[in-house]
Design a protein around this ligand. Sequence first.
Ligand code: CA
Ligand code: CA
Length: 600
Amino acid sequence: MQNIKNSRKFEKFSDFFAAPAAFLCVAITCSPLPASADTLTNSAITSISGENIKLNQIGFLPNSHKLAVVPNGVVDRFKIVKTDSDIVVMSGHLTAARYWSASEETVKLADFSSLVTPGKYKLRIDGLADSIPFVIAPNAYKALNASALKAFYYNRASLSLPPKYAGVYARREGHPDTHVLIHSSAASSARPESTVISAPKGWYDAGDYNKYVVNSGITTYTLLAAYEHFPAFFKAQNVNIPESGNGIPDILNEAMWNLEWMLSMQDPNDGGVYHKLTNKNFDPLTVMPDRAVDERYVVQKTTAAALDFAAVMATASRVLHPYEDKLPAGLPARMLRAAQAAWKWAQANPAVLYKNPSDIRTGSYDDSELSDEFSWAAAELYIATRNDDFYSAIKTEDLNATVPSWSDVGSLALISLAQNCDHLSARADCKLITNRIDGLAATLLAVWDNSAYGVSMQKEDFIWGGNGVALNQAMILIQAYRLSGRRDYLNAAQSVLDYVLGRNAIGMSFVTGYGYQSPQHPHHRISIAGGNRAPIPGMVVGGPQPGQQDKAGCSEAYPSSIPAISYLDNDCSYASNEVAINWDAPLVYVSAAIQALTAP
Ligand SMILES: [Ca+2]
Ligand SMILES: [Ca+2]
């Protein structure tokens, strides 16, 4: 399933190292950074983390499940004190010490779920420093959620960002992408090599400025699903983007920014979809979008791109339908027709796999297992059309639930089918669909229940983009909770959010701008090139993983090779500290879900 081979980052930056000019840029930006008084160095974080109490640094909802990780010691009790008065508001027993192989630590857990009164508190253990202050608040995750969504706006291509919306992150337009060349790998008789097409908008994918259909597919889907599952939450949200107040929820406006680009990635002559829109090489790390002016290309039509496109367009036609009168005329219907044309192309071209042409050195997102993409596209087309031929094409009997990733999208079919089971034809086996989701969630729950850190992630989940793995585990747990109402599923999902926000072996929040300690130097060109300001907030970094594929280009050493500690807050570290849209989208989903589903 998910492993390092499947990580496009690995593929991508292997190529990165093969490009001498780009490598030089890495070397330059990896020179030692000036010490900053208000940021802890990575080594400092690690040196204190072992003795520290670790918990979600953003805080909790009153009815959240609430856990903290406590270093092993002789004490077996904890207290919670109010920060303003030092009054003890509760005390409790720590769990027995247990070993977590991912961090090679033995720790205890403090469960303070019964504390539900809003306020500001610290967790106290005799003989240890108090925990950082944390809040219990009814809207604990609303700002985080809005920021995670706003991060997409900050990463929009083809748009200038004025101070009115972007504040200190205002910048000039980058990548109009109105003059994009058909690469030789994508040439056809109707569109020969070097034909000019226009394909503006979309989001920059990650640390780089390229746009990839496959990865933006799952990303856009995750945003659309967040709205489909929690419409009231998002209808009430205003994230201060140009489309705020236009009668369409901002999350749908944000999804539209990429959907409009994706539509332009389809060849109208045959329904095929280009795999990516890209430079030939990565831009230097220190170049802002408006100064990154390399020629842009669309490269090779692939089966995976056609199927992801079909799935996302069919989903969008469904989710956007209620706003049809506020959208360009006929857009949902146009999206469904585009989805069907892409599906038809994939039927005729069922095994066209992506491989970077020799002159293209950017991310590849290559995937050789496409049965899950066929199932997902078929499922979304079935929901949109209720045509039983599409249901047959899902092959639900062979479709096992797995934790979603850009290359493993089968569970997205199950999620959409479960969501829409009330509106399907008699062919749909909703019981089987529910059981598949529940079966996977039960496996994750068992891990959570037995975990020393109280999380569903295990040592093997610490791969490139492990925070994305974690948040997609939470996506599955949340589906199981929505289907079964079993509270443990929501608690386990809360624990994933806790992990990403600070209850981890490093003791830091992995979301830029959120938490007492958060990434200061993400591998993200706009944040790096933007100069002396905090990184763009609301972005999830990949997180610790032992591969350290970037260490040859980093002047700072990783503090450890232990999976859950192998992390470097340095912009050279694309293997642990890059950001990506497909890790941000599940943070949008999960933080909204927990805010919306946890009883007030
Ligand atoms: Ca809006
Ligand atoms: Ca696949």
